[in-house]
Every structure is written in C-alpha cells, then in structure tokens.
Design a protein around this ligand. Structure first.
Ligand SMILES: [Fe+2]
Ligand SMILES: [Fe+2]
Length: 348
C-alpha cells in the first residue's frame, strides 16, 4: 500500500523533510573538533579533544552535542558529510571516550540494584499530583510552552522508535517477537501515514513548527540531547541490551497517563486534531504496549538472561534521571517566563 501524501516520489516536500540535516553549530572544543572532522576528516581529532575530555561536563552542551553528532551518523547523517564516516576509526574511538564519561556519570547518579519488579511497579503508580511537564501543561501551561516542548521532543520523535530498533537482533525468542510487535505499531503497522514519527511531524506543522529532521537541534539544550543520546548509547551496544529494554519499558509504561494529560492540555489550549491526535494515539497504543513490554519483553528476557536484571534497572532509572533533569530545565525556565530553548525557533 502506497500513501501518496507522504511518498517522496509524488510529494517533493515529504522527500525534503527526510533528507540529511545540515551540521549543527558547535558548543565547545569537543563538539567543534567533531564537526570539523565531519566537514573534512584529518588526523587532528584525537589531539584536539584530548585536553578537554576529562574536564567536560558529562551532561553539558559540548560533550552531549559531540556525542549526538557521532550518533547521528548511524541514523540520517548530515548534509555534505560522507556516509562512510559512520565507521571512521577516529570518530568511533572518540565516541567511546564520550560514552564512557556519560555512562559513568549516569551510573553514579542512579540508585542501581536488580529489583526489576519493584522498578516496574513504581512506574505503574500514577502520581495524581504529578509535577512533570505534561501535568504542568494540562493545568496551566501556555501555548508557547507546549510548542517549545514539541519542538524539543522532535529531536527524538522525528525518529521515534529508531534507537530501540537497534536492539532487535540482540534479542531472541519471545522477547524479540514481542518487542517487534510494539515497534511495528510505532512504525504505523504498515501504514506510513500512521507512523508515529509522521503523526509527530503532522502535529508540528499544525503548531506552526518546522517538521524538518534535525531542525531543532541547535535550540535544544543539553538535557534534551542527553535523552536522545542515552537511547542511542543503549541501542548501539549489545552489552547494554538490558538497559535498552529498561529504557524502552520506562517510556512505554509511563506514556499512556502522560499522553492523556497532553490530550487535555492540547484541548484546553485549543490545538487542532493533529496535536490532540498524536497524544490520543499514545493513550490507546501505550496502554497495550505497557502490557506487551512487561509480560512479553521483560519477563522472557529475564527468564532467558537473569544476569541482565541490573541492566534493566539501570535503563529504567537512567531514563527517569534524564527525564527529571529535562523537566527541571523546562519548568525552571517557564516558571520565570523564559524560553527553555537556546535560541529562537527556526522559521522553516
Ligand atoms: Fe509512539
Ligand atoms: Fe508505544
């Protein structure tokens, strides 16, 4: 089945929206060195980064953007950058150093343990007095705040489900079969116009935001990039497959109530059908995904590989940690009437 509305062959705009984005702007010496290497590979990458690696804030703009640029080569790449750089040895070596700093910081900031059932139960307890972004937007958020939230989340949602797809060949048997059924839904169950990334893009257009892939990276604070980088980190390392499943579970188990709050926020703010529809889709789909992930993915994974329990817990806790950091950033800026973005929203 072909959807002519989103077929690049019949809709040039759809093709343009999925092309490789331009390189973002640097935010410090590490990201500058990575971006310079992408513009024209040289032998200078390791030397340019060495003096700054240990001093860089593992959650900061410079390290997170450098890591984001390395990972993006595995997704859409960048305009004018050779696809072959995906496996450039100098970039991979640097990426490992950046990942080690980031992962060590995350491990140090979560409680740890191996009580998967306890972590899952905690995710399922809906806090009626929730103080997260969706709770704020539902109660008293303003339209400009909802637009900022959507613009920032686009760094993930325009490639929704892609980072989790890396884990598929690392699983086997029932866990693999169940995870793929969830991914199948995220990719529209065979209908391109129902792909969640497409639904998100439709919402962006309705809200007057650019739906161009990568358009909002330059305005995204480090806390946003860190969330996307965490998924890529867990997805791209087979050794961290348990953590990827934990991160996936954290999203799927908390999405339905959060999306219900966003439906009410969008309705209260007078948003159109694409905006209400994106979140309404997730109220329904993720109520099902919650069950599939718990019973179909986590349970058989741990039955087959019980030693992965601590990694599943890491994934759940790390997702919670980075979500809390981003929530603090957004609500902190908004409570002072300030934009949470690094600059003005792009025009196109
Ligand atoms: Fe989704
Ligand atoms: Fe889902």
């Amino acid at each position: 089945m072909t959807d002519t509305a989103t077929d690049p062959a019949t809709d040039p705009a759809a093709g343009a929206r999925t092309s490789a984005p331009p390189l973002p702007g640097a935010r410090g010496p590490l990201s500058e060195a990575v971006l310079a290497h992408l513009r024209g590979p040289s032998g200078a990458l390791a030397g340019a980064c060495a003096p700054h690696l240990d001093a860089a804030d593992p959650y900061g703009d410079d390290l997170q953007l450098a890591l984001y640029a390395c990972y993006e080569l595995h997704y859409r790449g960048f305009e004018g950058v050779s696809d072959d750089l995906e496996w450039d040895p100098a970039l991979i070596a640097l990426r490992r150093r950046l990942e080690e700093r980031f992962l060590a910081a995350v491990r140090g900031d979560v409680a740890g343990g191996d009580d998967v059932a306890g972590e899952v139960d905690a995710l399922l307890v809906e806090d009626v007095d929730a103080v997260g972004v969706s709770a704020h937007l539902r109660r008293r958020g303003e339209l400009w705040q909802l637009r900022e939230h959507v613009a920032l989340r686009s760094t993930y949602h325009l490639k929704e489900a892609d980072p989790q797809a890396w884990v598929i060949p690392r699983l086997d048997g029932p866990a693999k079969a169940a995870l793929v059924t969830v991914e199948h839904d995220e990719y529209g169950a065979g209908r391109p116009e129902r792909m969640h990334a497409r639904l998100f893009a439709d919402m962006m257009l309705e809200l007057g935001l650019s739906d161009r892939y990568g358009a909002h990276v330059d305005v995204a604070p480090a806390a946003v990039l860190a969330e996307v980088n965490l998924m890529s980190l867990f997805g791209l390392h087979r050794a961290l497959r348990g953590a990827l499943v934990g991160q996936f579970a954290a999203v799927e188990l908390t999405s339905s109530p959060g999306s219900a709050r966003m439906v009410r926020a969008a309705e209260r703010l007078g948003c159109g059908p694409a905006t209400v529809g994106f979140y309404a889709e997730h109220v329904e789909a993720d109520a099902v995904h919650e069950q599939v992930v718990r019973r179909g993915v986590i349970a058989p994974l741990l039955a087959a590989e019980p030693h992965l329990a601590a990694d599943v817990v890491l994934g759940i806790q790390a997702a919670g940690l980075l979500d809390a950091r981003l929530t603090e950033h957004l609500l902190g800026a908004w409570s002072q009437g300030r934009s949470a973005l690094r600059g003005p929203l792009p025009e196109d």
